[in-house]
Design a protein around this ligand. Structure first.
Ligand SMILES: [Zn+2]
Length: 333
């Protein structure tokens, strides 16, 4: 029995047909965790869908109305990059409910993992990049609304920048700081166009956002997070872990959140179809351990969502996500 709960439903499955997003990964992760003895059936809790009231804490009434009535424009549907259906709306409302439940649970259990969610490309008024509803933002706003937390930090390790997160939580602008880097070979050393492999700090409000991502990848426009780490193509385990350690240390020096939301994308993996970083399966588990150890050392409850993962071999994606649960059980046992 795990010392924390996993949030999961068979209805997390996204009805999107033949798609690069492996919608069946959630069920496979659950099965893998049970078949390998990492978890048992009693470790899983089934979430209820978020209510419209929850969704409206983040998304605009106009957008929610379009989703309920099936009146997205063709352009809006194209930008979402998943085919609209009522069933898909239900799946995203459920993903948001799962993230709310995981966020609630971690406040008492120190950690909780939703075997889904992490739809960090959803904006208040539109969806993008396979993301209709920003489940993590909904969870944060709901817990704030309930008075359970005041502040939160998102740590987004998906290979794609958390553009929706950055826009939703864009706060008061503060002065920009140049932060020291551990990877001096990729630092910008002279004036001129920005080069990848750098850390930027832009702003912070009541939610501090950290995103580590591949610079040369979607989204083209990367709205500023509180800390953005733009990584060059082919970044491997050692450099990645050093950047992550640096970003976490810097973030936690500046901001002490009541809740940490870890977006544990599997797509920094070297064999990912939509990613261009070069992390190994072992390196990705070390990444998870680093985030969990930072949360544990600072006594910050952490909720986890899984976001992207498009490995050539789906079993690798399942392994990477399953390892996140193993890493949590090791750090929080
Ligand atoms: Zn991604």
């Amino acid at each position: 029995m795990l010392p924390f709960k996993l949030v999961y439903s068979d209805a997390y499955y996204l009805p999107i047909g033949d798609h690069v997003f492996p919608a069946e990964k959630y069920r496979r992760i659950r099965n893998r965790l049970i078949s390998t003895g990492v978890a048992e059936a009693a470790d899983f809790l089934e979430p209820a869908p978020a209510t419209d009231q929850d969704i409206l804490l983040v998304h605009t009434p106009g957008y929610v109305h379009k989703l309920h009535t099936g009146t997205l424009s063709p352009r809006e549907e194209m930008e979402m990059e998943v085919p609209y259906s009522r069933d898909l709306v239900d799946a995203f409302w459920l993903a948001a409910g799962g993230s709310i439940l995981a966020a609630q649970l971690c406040l008492t259990d120190r950690v909780s993992i939703s075997i889904g969610g992490g739809f960090h490309h959803a904006f208040p008024d539109h969806g993008e990049g396979f993301c209709m509803i920003h489940d993590v933002a909904v969870a944060i706003r709901r817990l704030q609304h309930d008075g359970k937390i005041h502040t939160a930090m998102t740590v987004d390790c998906d290979v794609h920048q958390g553009n929706g997160t950055a826009v939703i939580f864009a706060g008061t602008h503060r002065r920009s700081l140049s932060l020291p880097s551990v990877s001096t070979s990729t630092l910008r050393r002279s004036e001129g166009p920005p080069r990848p492999g750098r850390m930027r700090q832009a702003h912070t409000g009541d939610v501090f956002t950290i995103s580590l991502h591949q610079h040369n990848n979607y989204p083209l426009w990367k709205p500023p997070s509180s800390i953005d780490v733009d990584l060059p193509d082919g970044t491997g385990d050692d450099d990645y872990l050093a950047w992550l350690d640096n970003a976490l240390s810097s973030g936690l020096r500046q901001f002490q959140p009541d809740l940490l939301c870890y977006v544990a994308g599997a797509d920094p993996y070297k064999e990912d179809q939509l990613g261009g970083l070069s992390l190994t399966i072992d390196g990705l588990k070390k990444r998870d351990e680093l985030v969990f150890r930072a949360a544990h050392a600072n006594s910050i409850p952490v909720m986890v969502t899984f976001a992207g993962g498009y490995a050539m071999n789906l079993e690798d994606t399942v392994t990477i996500h399953s390892n996140t649960v193993i890493a949590a059980s090791e750090v929080f046992s």
